[in-house]
Design a protein around this ligand. Structure first.
Ligand code: SR1
Ligand code: MG
Length: 404
């Protein structure tokens, strides 16, 4: 259709026409179709299009300017990258991603399965609700998508082709800045520091050179170690969930990098959920979150270990002792990223509502200090965090230290 031959930012009415054009197999009832822009992320526009007969689709379009800041412009090709990785991850870990019906490199938009029987995990956890299958399901997703794209198991040339295909320099730059640089110096003046914690942040984050050295090591690891095809933004706002099922979406930050990046993001974001629950006195919810932290670490490591044994192809990686070395690096990378994510979401440009919606000043100050204290331990002592209980203990020790 000529209307969609060149790029423009869609409105609700355009999304209706677009869905009819791109997803004709849906057998739309044109008279009852409606669309609503429902995006709440920092980057893109998301339309839910449906009709009165029960048909529905999600149309996601990349904007040239970011929603979080009109001054930030990033490559709209991210929509292609996101669509293609969802298709690939659908093969590696079937049933954990929305189906892509179509993607379009003119409009930089894709049409995907509407997961309305699921909800975004972060707001659901802010209601302190429990999802019993999450640890098992997210650990399967990570083990299969991460191990399945490593040089350990993949043909090395095929892996390098994936590496070439899934790279968005603009998005890497965002992560390098927002996760690995600005929380430690506010060099672009974009940090959002809660004023009552300003002195604490200065002392613990801006003035600690020992910490900066460890972050520099982690930053260069992120930029140079093409270990695995990572989701790249695997926080609880990138997960759709219900009591039975976990679905991972929004992988536009995907790239070849350290697999601990995804793994650490999940753990850190569970810790934010705990802080919110704790401030609200939601004891049962916090107990569940603690069990998830332990289980996600242990189950992911067990599943990755099994995957290694069953799928290793590289001759040298079959050498006695290499697997143990490799698994240790995954845990230490995970601990490092857990710390980085906890810090950047507390003091950086893109905060999490788990913390910012804690209304009571004292409770928010306390929650943020717990996160920063635990995070520093995770970064500086990342090699010592060898099991799920070690991750939980680091976090609980930080809470005890702040309360002392
Ligand atoms: C400028 S984009 C800010 C953050 O939103 C995304 O979800 C990523 O986490 C990014 O760092
Ligand atoms: Mg996102």
């Amino acid at each position: 259709m000529a209307k969609f031959d060149s790029y423009f930012l869609m409105k609700d009415s355009d999304a209706i026409e677009y869905a009819q054009y791109k997803v004709p197999q849906m057998d739309w009832d044109a008279a009852t179709m409606e669309a609503k822009e429902i995006g709440d992320g920092n980057l893109n526009y998301v339309f839910k299009v449906r009709d009165g007969q029960g048909h529905s689709v999600i149309v996601k379009q990349a904007g040239v300017e970011l929603r979080i800041s009109k001054d930030m412009h990033i490559d709209v090709d991210r929509n292609r990258v996101e669509s293609e990785i969802l298709i690939l991850q659908g093969k590696l870990a079937p049933g954990y991603e929305p189906e892509i019906y179509d993607y379009d490199t003119e409009m930089h938009a894709c049409c995907m399965q509407d997961l309305s029987d699921h909800e975004v995990m972060r707001p659901a956890m802010l209601e302190h609700r429990i999802f019993p299958k999450f640890a098992d399901q997210i650990s399967t997703f990570m083990a299969q998508t991460l191990m399945g794209t490593t040089d350990i198991v993949m043909d090395h040339q095929e892996k390098k082709k994936l590496q070439r295909k899934f790279i968005s320099p603009d998005l890497c730059d965002i992560t390098e800045q927002l996760v690995y640089t600005e929380p430690y110096n506010d060099e672009l003046g974009r940090n959002n520091v809660y004023p009552p914690n300003a002195d604490f942040v200065k002392e613990k984050l801006y003035d600690d050179e020992e910490l900066h050295l460890e972050v520099a090591k982690l930053k260069m690891d992120f930029m140079t170690r093409a270990q695995s095809l990572i989701h790249g933004d695997l926080h609880t706002g990138s997960v759709f969930i219900n009591e039975e099922s976990t679905m991972v979406f929004d992988p536009e930050f995907c790239m070849y990098g350290v697999m601990g990046y995804d793994f650490g993001n999940i753990i850190a974001n569970m810790m934010f959920a705990w802080c919110n629950g704790d401030a609200a006195g939601a004891g049962e919810f916090c107990d569940w979150v603690e069990s998830v932290i332990v289980d996600v670490v242990d189950m992911t490591m067990d599943k990755m270990s099994k995957y290694y044994d069953e799928h290793v192809t590289d001759t040298m990686c079959k050498t006695k002792g290499y697997k143990e070395y490799y698994m240790k690096t995954i845990l230490s990378d995970t601990a490092g990223v857990t710390g980085l994510e906890m810090i950047r979401r507390t003091v950086g440009m893109a905060n999490v509502i788990d913390l910012t919606t804690i209304a009571d000043e004292k409770a928010r100050v306390r929650a943020e200090r717990i996160c920063i204290t635990a995070a520093i331990d995770f970064i500086k002592n990342r090699g010592d965090k060898r099991c799920g209980n070690c991750f939980l203990k680091t976090f609980k020790d930080a809470a005890a230290a702040i309360d002392a």
